[in-house]
Design a protein around this ligand. Structure first.
Ligand code: NAD
Length: 459
């Protein structure tokens, strides 16, 4: 019998949606159905038809944007207008994947041999188990699911147990869409350590595409590769913002507030740790304080103009404990910081004069806390090289040579130079280095993640 799980509205803490958790037998049935759909249906559907099917999902997201945005906002605590933007962003990813479906070509080496032909054919990976987190359910799924489908794979989606609403709507609509044969897209609801684990272990699954924390991702990688599966994993980040002495300080300050506190700071690419050259550190602090007050004018947690709430009480408690643990090492809260709030609310918090070795800097904070460390610009590269994560970095300088040096040196997947941290393009691949993951998603070669070449010699 299935257990009922309940999500909670982060704004109120009240129960939001209840849904049945998949049983071990259902995991087996669903994965088997996906395998049948792959071999007997979707694999043989021409890519032009797959493209049409993907476009119909993009149209669905645009037509029912309000409904999807409301579900996303209720589960995650995002403001509605932010959720609307994410639904539109997700639709853009489905459209881009549809375009890619029609451009995939295999290779023919017509001159490698004087007789016959040497060529490659792309073979879809098979059944993809897609496991996503709670902070950006629709977007993280849209960065993967349409590309897997475009390549000819079938998908079994496992949303986070904390945020199911928008993805439940999506899969339900796709199940009723005749362009997707039964079993091509299915969903499994439930806890990660039960349902997610069973999906990773299931022998009918060929590949795991995962987005989530580094600890979970590493455990999944070992379990999946031990059963011969391919893995693509985008994991946590602990990202820096570099403020060189010649940076446009007011612009950079507004960007740090926008990027550091996006999604209440619960974003893998949040620019959390500012490194600022001491020659401009006081001026920088004044600009940052002003930007903070402009963005959060009410200065009261839990109000309409405030930062979005933390996903759960437990997550907020973790953040409060982290701040307390860092207190002995030292920091100075910038005026306008709110070190607590009602219910699940907390922040924004900007901590200035955070020492390099503060515990706050050693792990992914994943909350509305931005740290500022005053350190000479020539030490920035070594500090970044010391970071076990490699997901995102934000560089602010007027000097092309400094920007180029930073870009060339870092082993980091996504780099913004004097750029709006909230802007990104589906045309650019995403993924991390080191503790931030393996593989790449999106971009012009996105379908390569979900297919493999077969090499053929014909004489
Ligand atoms: P999480 O790792 O706890 O959970 C992610 C997903 O994995 C959930 O669906 C969960 O149910 C499932 N899961 C948990 N244990 C599992 C197991 N043993 N086997 C299979 N599945 C399991 O992460 P979270 O708390 O949901 O999300 C926050 C984390 O996600 C942060 O670390 C953040 O940086 C990361 N994240 C990364 C990106 C990115 O693109 N790099 C994007 C968003 C979030």
């Amino acid at each position: 019998m299935s257990v009922l799980l309940t999500t909670h509205d982060p704004r109120t803490g009240l129960p939001a949606v209840s849904y049945p958790c998949a049983t071990p037998e259902q995991v087996v049935q669903i994965c088997r159905r996906a395998r049948d759909a792959f071999f007997n249906q979707w694999r043989a559907v021409p890519s032009t038809e797959r493209a049409t099917a993907l476009l119909s999902v993009a149209a669905l997201l645009r037509d029912r944007l309000e409904e999807f945005a409301a579900a996303e906002a209720r589960d995650t605590g995002k403001p509605l207008d932010v959720a609307r933007g994410e639904v539109a962003g997700a639709a853009g990813l489905w459209e881009y994947a549809a375009a890619l479906a029609r451009t995939e070509h295999s290779e023919c080496l017509s001159t490698a041999t004087t007789q016959g032909l040497a060529l490659t054919l792309r073979e879809p990976m098979g059944v993809v188990g897609l496991i996503v987190p709670w902070n950006y359910p629709l977007i993280t799924a849209a960065e993967r699911m349409p590309f897997a489908l475009a390549a000819g794979c079938c998908v079994v989606l496992k949303p986070s147990e904390l945020a199911v609403g928008s993805l439940a709507l999506l899969v339900e609509a796709m199940a009723n869409n005749p362009l997707f044969p039964t079993g091509v897209v299915q969903v499994l609801f439930g806890q990660g350590d039960a349902v997610g684990r069973a999906l990773v272990a299931n022998p009918d699954v060929d590949m795991i595409a995962f987005v989530g924390s580094t600890a979970t991702g590493r455990a999944i990688e070992s379990a999946a590769t031990a059963t011969g599966k391919r893995v693509s994993a985008e994991l946590g980040g602990n990202n820096h913002v570099l403020i060189y002495p010649d940076a446009d300080l007011p612009r950079a300050a507004r960007a740090v507030v926008a990027g550091g506190f996006r999604n209440g700071g619960q974003a893998c690419i949040a620019g959390t740790h500012v490194l600022v050259d001491p020659s401009v550190a006081d001026e920088w602090a004044a600009h940052l304080e002003q930007a903070l007050r402009e963005r959060f004018p009410v200065g009261e947690a839990g109000t309409v103009a405030s930062i979005q709430p933390m996903i759960s009480a437990a997550h907020k408690q973790r953040l409060l404990a982290l701040i307390e643990q860092a207190r002995p090492a030292g920091f100075v809260p910038l005026p306008g910081s709110l070190l607590d709030g009602p219910g699940n609310f907390l922040g924004p918090v900007v901590l200035d004069r955070v020492p390099l070795h503060s515990p706050l800097r050693q792990q992914e904070i994943f909350g509305p806390v931005v740290t500022v460390t005053r350190v000479e610009a020539d030490k920035f590269p070594a500090i970044l090289a010391d970071n076990q994560y490699g997901l995102a970095v934000y560089v602010w300088t007027a000097a092309t040579s400094a920007a180029l040096a930073a870009i060339r040196q870092v082993r980091i997947g996504r780099i913004w130079v004097n750029a709006d941290p909230e802007f990104w393009l589906p045309e650019l691949p995403v993924g991390g280095f080191a503790a931030s993951g393996v593989g790449r998603e999106g971009g012009a070669k996105a379908l390569d993640t979900y297919s493999l070449p077969k090499s053929v010699l014909i004489f």
